[in-house]
Design a protein around this ligand. Structure first.
Ligand code: SAM
Length: 398
């Protein structure tokens, strides 16, 4: 997830107005009521869940624009068709070894990635028998349907939207770009005296952070993070995603034979909980601006936290998968032939080539998305080498 403006420029701070502002007030009132019902305190996980997913109100449940230059942020598939083309090449390697393989995409956003993958797989003569999408947002499902109707109308009969994880076992491939960072997280603060779970209470001016002694399970987990991260100073604050294991196990349960590809920004645990990262990784995106105050525009902006890839690797083993690769977005795209995809898409037009070269730079340069974004592959019931991890596999850092 990228924003065009980090908020440090001289541009006027965007402010919600009119119906958008009223929508934000309704979301805040809904969360305030939930805090009252809970006795004055909600965990941050509960707050984030309501702000993003409260039915009809949350950021992903209501009709905010979200993606693209006119939305709040851009993701890799929105930046360039090169991303989808390379992911498709990776999918083709898996599908080629399976008979009747399917694809299931989790959290498909605007549908752009699905459109690129289907287009490229058709050209490679390697279409999946079904392309299913599990999308929590009714509004985004509609947007995906419209996009795919325009982009691949002749393939629409292969596309299905699911209301939950597939009930039937299937062989194939699952993938998710920037979905794990949108799972609600718990927040904690480490002090010499005690470990606090940081939640949300109501103040005179709105919501405020409020700590209380962490329950045993939270404290125990945070001690393991401390052991991995190093010498935290008093007041060290961070977060972790307790839902990561159960959620990934639930959505991947029905994959009998095949691979799962997770794309997201994040770090191995020892780097995530590095002592210098004293305030965690929570970030909010509103109209191409990034800030770290999740109480500013509840319901109107995205709230995200980086992914602990060591936790994701542990989840893969616990769910019965084999870790098949872990690398940066740069190496994944290079391994899947982004250079030849650039030439193919530009089709000899030097202006187009320059445009794709610029997009590739955004996807791959270390200061842009190249190193922050990682790719992790899990496999079950099959064992094929994947090109995306052939150039560099950094699993030893997990
Ligand atoms: C940051 S967006 C990324 C969208 C898209 N994958 C892309 O790369 O542009 C997160 C997506 O995940 C979806 N999502 C979030 N939580 C979900 C869940 N529990 N189940 C299914 N989809 C979810 C959101 O509605 C949204 O489509």
């Amino acid at each position: 997830m990228q924003a065009n403006d980090t908020g440090t420029g001289a541009q006027r701070e965007p402010n919600p107005e009119g119906e958008e502002r009223r929508h934000g007030e309704r979301v805040s009132a809904h969360i305030a009521e939930a805090i009252d019902v809970a006795g004055g305190w909600l965990s941050f996980e509960q707050y984030m869940d309501l702000a993003l997913y409260a039915p009809g109100l949350g950021y992903y449940s209501a009709g905010a624009r979200k993606f693209g230059p006119s939305g709040d942020f851009v993701t890799a598939p929105e930046i360039s068709p090169l991303f989808g083309a390379c992911v498709a090449r990776q999918c083709a390697e898996v599908l080629a070894t399976l008979r009747q393989g399917e694809i299931l995409e989790l959290g498909a956003g605007s549908g752009r990635l699905a459109g690129e993958i289907l287009t490229r797989l058709e050209a490679l003569a390697c279409l999946p028998v079904r392309y299913s999408i599990l999308e929590i947002s009714a509004d985004l499902r509609e947007r995906q349907r419209r996009h795919l109707c325009e982009r691949v109308p002749h393939l629409l009969d292969r596309v299905h939207w699911l209301d939950g994880p597939p009930a039937q076992d299937f062989d194939g491939l699952m993938l998710a770009n920037e979905v794990l960072d949108a799972l609600p997280v718990r927040r904690f603060c480490w002090t010499r005296a005690q470990l606090l779970e940081i939640g949300v209470a109501r103040g005179v001016q709105g919501f405020l952070w409020s700590g209380r002694p962490a329950a045993n399970g939270v404290a125990q987990y945070c001690r393991s993070l401390h052991a991995a991260g190093g010498d935290w100073q008093d007041g060290y604050t961070s977060e972790y995603c307790a839902l990561l294991g159960p959620w990934t196990a639930g959505v991947t349960r029905s994959l009998r034979r095949g691979a799962v590809l997770w794309f997201d920004y994040g770090l191995p645990r020892a780097q995530y909980y590095f002592p210098e990262r004293r305030a965690g990784t929570l970030l909010c995106h509103y109209r191409q601006r990034v800030h770290d105050d999740p109480f500013r525009y509840p319901g109107l902006e995205d709230i995200t936290a980086w992914v602990d890839f060591s936790a994701l690797a542990e989840a893969s083993a616990a769910a019965g998968f084999r870790l098949a690769g872990f690398t940066t977005q740069t190496y994944f795209l290079a391994g899947n032939g982004i250079d030849s995809e650039m030439h193919r898409l530009a089709a000899g037009d030097p202006n187009q080539f320059a445009r794709f070269a610029d997009q590739a730079r955004q996807l791959m340069m270390p200061g842009e998305m190249g190193e922050r974004f990682k790719v992790m592959a899990w496999m079950r019931g099959m064992d094929v080498p994947l090109s995306g991890f052939a150039l560099r596999d950094i699993r030893e850092a997990l």
